[in-house]
Each structure stands twice: as C-alpha cells, then as structure tokens.
Design a binder for this molecule. Structure first.
Ligand SMILES: C[S@@+](CC[C@H](N)C(=O)[O-])C[C@H]1O[C@@H](n2cnc3c(N)ncnc32)[C@H](O)[C@@H]1O
Length: 246
C-alpha cells in the first residue's frame, strides 16, 4: 500500500497546529526523545555526532536536526511534508543544514552517504518499516548507525479508540497491529518486537541495544491521555532501537 500521498496531505494539513501545540516542549532543549521528552543525556542513544554525516528521517520542524547541526554534525533533514519543511526552515539556527523533501521508503541518496540515520517518531513510524529500514541501511556506510524511537506495541495494544486514551486493558490484538489508520488514508506503522528484529536483521543490521525510555513519575505525555497518568512509568510506551551496519 502506498501511504505517501495521504501522509503528505495529513502532515501538510496539521503542521501548523502540531507545531503550535508541541514545538514549545519538543524544541525546548536539544536532544529530547519521544512523547515524554526524555533527554538523550539519560538514555545515551546517539552519542557524539561531531563531524558525522547525519540523516534525520521525518525531521518535522527540525528540533533534533538543528541541535545536531549546532553540535558540529553534517546534517540533512528529510521530510515528506512541505509544510513541515517550511517550519524547519523558519526555525533553523545559525548552524544551517539542507532540507530535502522525500519519503523514508524511497530515499533520494546514494549508498554510503551517512554515518548516522535516525528519527524520533518520524519516517520509521510513518513509512512501512519493511521498505524504510532497508533504505536506511542502504544509505549508511559500514559501521554507520540506525537509531530510532517508535511507539511500543504495548502502547498501541492498550489504546482505547473510543475513550481516546491509553489504558491498562488490552484493547486489540498484539499480532497483526501492522498499520494504524490515521484518517483519510493516512497511515502509521507498528510492528511486533519479533517483526522489528526480522526487519532489522533482514536489512543486514546488527542490533546493539533496545532502550525502553522510562519517564520519571509525574512526567506528562505530550501527545496522549493515559490512564493512569503514570502509565509509561509502569509499562514501556516507546522502543528506542540502536543498530549498526557491519
Ligand atoms: C511526529 S513527526 C516527527 C518529527 C519530530 N521528531 C517531532 O516529534 O515532531 C512525524 C514526521 O514524519 C513525517 N513523515 C510522514 N510520513 C513520512 C515518510 N513517509 N517519510 C518521511 N517523513 C514522513 C511527517 O511529515 C512529520 O514531519
């Protein structure tokens, strides 16, 4: 299924409201991961990027990309949505970096173009992983790393559609989550733990770590209601995969 046109339409439509609501929190300080804005300094997922060639898949308004560019990485921010890229261009700091319109499942870069490909709820949440992961592996050089944060299957399986909140009850099957309808044909993607391992290993990547970001008690979720509010302190809401190309 080709979700590119519908996902592009959706993000063009919601970009302005999304940035208005979320940028103050996700752009507040550099290197914040996920729905709970957990600092990378606590998780140690990305490491030093000085002098590295870095691609962000689905950079949105570039909160991550501009931070890494300021640290001395040679960053490219890729996103499907021109509205999101316009927001990134507007927010660009003194460390300039190129913005490219494109899809994670069809990367417009040659093999061995990057030392680090990463995203935080970006291209690997919004493109079919069985297409996007091999593309990321292709554009990495040897020893290059693919690091990405996505929602956990726990989070999706406990999401109560009618109540619009994450609960302590299983609401849908774990097996076969696969695609999540986001309205008007837009689609996000969700794999089981086993399927992530298959897709990553199938693309020739080595899995170095699976970090389960755990917010402190009382940390609000910036995106979803959860019941109880400290849901993600008790169960893993996100999966932060750390891999490399041998
Ligand atoms: C939730 S945002 C993630 C960006 C940023 N980390 C943030 O938290 O705002 C998802 C981004 O993925 C982009 N996107 C959607 N489908 C995509 C695709 N197939 N390839 C690349 N980017 C895509 C959207 O335009 C959007 O900017």
């Amino acid at each position: 299924m080709d979700s590119i046109p519908a996902n592009r339409r959706l993000w063009n439509q919601i970009s302005s409201a999304y940035q208005h609501e979320h940028d103050p929190r996700i752009g507040a300080t550099p290197r914040l991961w996920g729905m709970y804005s957990i600092p990378d300094a606590h998780l140690h997922a990305l490491g030093d990027v000085t002098g590295k060639r870095v691609l962000e898949l689905g950079c949105g308004a570039g909160q991550w990309s501009r931070a890494l560019a300021a640290e001395g990485a040679t960053v490219v921010g890729l996103d499907l949505s021109e509205a999101q890229l316009t927001a990134a261009a507007r927010a660009m700091g003194a460390a300039r970096y190129p913005l490219v319109q494109g899809a994670a499942e069809q990367l417009p870069f040659a093999a061995d173009s990057f030392d680090l490909v990463f995203c935080d709820f970006g291209g690997l949440s919004w493109a079919p992983p069985h297409l996007a992961v091999p593309q990321a592996a292709r554009v990495l050089g040897r020893g290059g790393r693919l690091v990405f944060n996505v929602a956990s299957p726990w989070f999706e399986a406990c999401y109560d559609e009618a109540a619009s909140r994450v609960t302590t009850t299983l609401q849908r099957d774990y097996f076969g989550l696969n695609t999540i309808a986001e309205g008007d044909g837009a689609t996000s993607y969700q794999l089981t733990y086993g399927d992530w391992v298959k897709v990553l290993r199938g693309a020739g990547l080595i899995i170095d770590d699976l970090i389960e970001p755990r917010p402190e008690l009382g940390t609000p979720n910036g995106y979803n209601e959860t019941d109880p509010p400290d849901w993600a302190h008790r169960w893993p809401a996100e999966l932060l995969w750390v891999t490399h190309k041998p």
